[in-house]
Design a protein around this ligand. Sequence first.
Ligand SMILES: NC(=O)c1ccc[n+]([C@@H]2O[C@H](COP(=O)([O-])OP(=O)(O)OC[C@H]3O[C@@H](n4cnc5c(N)ncnc54)[C@H](O)[C@@H]3O)[C@@H](O)[C@H]2O)c1
Length: 413
Amino acid sequence: MLFLNCINRCLRQAIQHKCKNLKCNVIIQKILDVQKNFHRSKCNTKRNKNKGGKTTTSGTKSGKKLVAMEEVIRFIKDCFIASCVPEDHACIMAKTLAACDYRGIMSHGMNRVEMYINMLKTNALDGCVKPVIKCETPATAWVDGKNGLGAVIAHFCMELAMGKAEEVGIGFVVAQHSNHYIVPGLYNLKAMEKGYIGINMSNTWPLMAPKGAKEPILGTNPISIGAPGADDHYLFDVATTQVAVGKLEVASRKGPTIPAGWALDKDGKPTTDVKKALEAKLLLPLGGIDFGYKGYGLAGAIDILTGVLGDSDFSKNIVFKEGVPMNLGQNFLVINPNMFAPDFKERLTCFNQTLRSCKVDNEKNKLMIPGDTEIQRMKEVVKAGGIEYTENQLQACEKLSKELDVEPLQFVC
Ligand SMILES: NC(=O)c1ccc[n+]([C@@H]2O[C@H](COP(=O)([O-])OP(=O)(O)OC[C@H]3O[C@@H](n4cnc5c(N)ncnc54)[C@H](O)[C@@H]3O)[C@@H](O)[C@H]2O)c1
């Protein structure tokens, strides 16, 4: 299997580096297709052996179509495996994407699978490669993601940073040649589970149009800061645009409009028409039209600490185009609170309680702290017994299952 993966990788690289001989490219692609079919038939045999559980293709008696968390993971994992991604990497992708839907971040779960599969199909990224450390000190590391899967690179970098924080109190890892890494908050959760503070961020392809700009000049560059408490936590995780572009995609699956203040049309005018917004891909920075310089400044700082620092692409050098590697930059900072004042977790809980004690105009709307909405959403999923997707999303899954010859999504009965 390893040998096959290796050949596969070489062939992909041959295509990526654009073999000038067209006939040669066609032959390479044919070999890749034969391999893909062989791999698929193996996966299907394995899957059929493991079939079972209370699932259906039609949904619950009430007509609700809920998908159990394990089934979401199974489906996504199968889609990646059918796209020639090794099982360990497929597993990381599936668990990370499914965790988004579980936490209510519907823009970055199932909604993103199609994008990844297309990127794999067009060899824009390599699902098989593992990241490597280019240079390292006790507190820092510079990592080459080798154009692999963003979540695989992110898990690797976060673990590396955590090991350093354990040893010397702080770990700062910068990755180059990376790809879309889903959402930063999930990697901070890894650090928080061990009692560390986690901070990580990424640059992305240009989608942000600051006031006066006629073109997008920075990405939606997300950032997350997370800290563990004694029995709770603080986990902030946002785009530096008013919303993530995935929220436009999810909105388009639901209806024709989006809230005012999210995006501009292609003439640079504010729009609530989701089609026009998706066509223009001009998102307003955090702070909107009047105060967007705040999101713009923050997104620029993120680009400096990722793309510029790690020698990845940045700003409009980043290209999101079929078959073209993105070369994104990310960084992962882990702080070990034990190296500072004692009892950090207890003070963090006290801090959270102080925020929650804020006087509010309506007692029903108690002040929430970052991370609360996700905890609430997970409780709802557990209570309902599964995740509910829009009809449009389910159709997209059906299409994927046919295209990749993967068992269709099963619903909770
Ligand atoms: N990988 C990428 O390239 C990329 C790019 C952009 C965004 N994203 C991700 O997309 C997701 C959505 O981004 P977004 O900017 O639309 O997020 P959002 O506007 O939904 O905000 C989410 C954050 O705000 C907190 N929050 C929500 N309501 C709150 C309240 N009332 N009080 C206090 N805190 C509250 C949540 O706990 C969470 O931390 C994020 O996870 C972001 O990281 C990823």
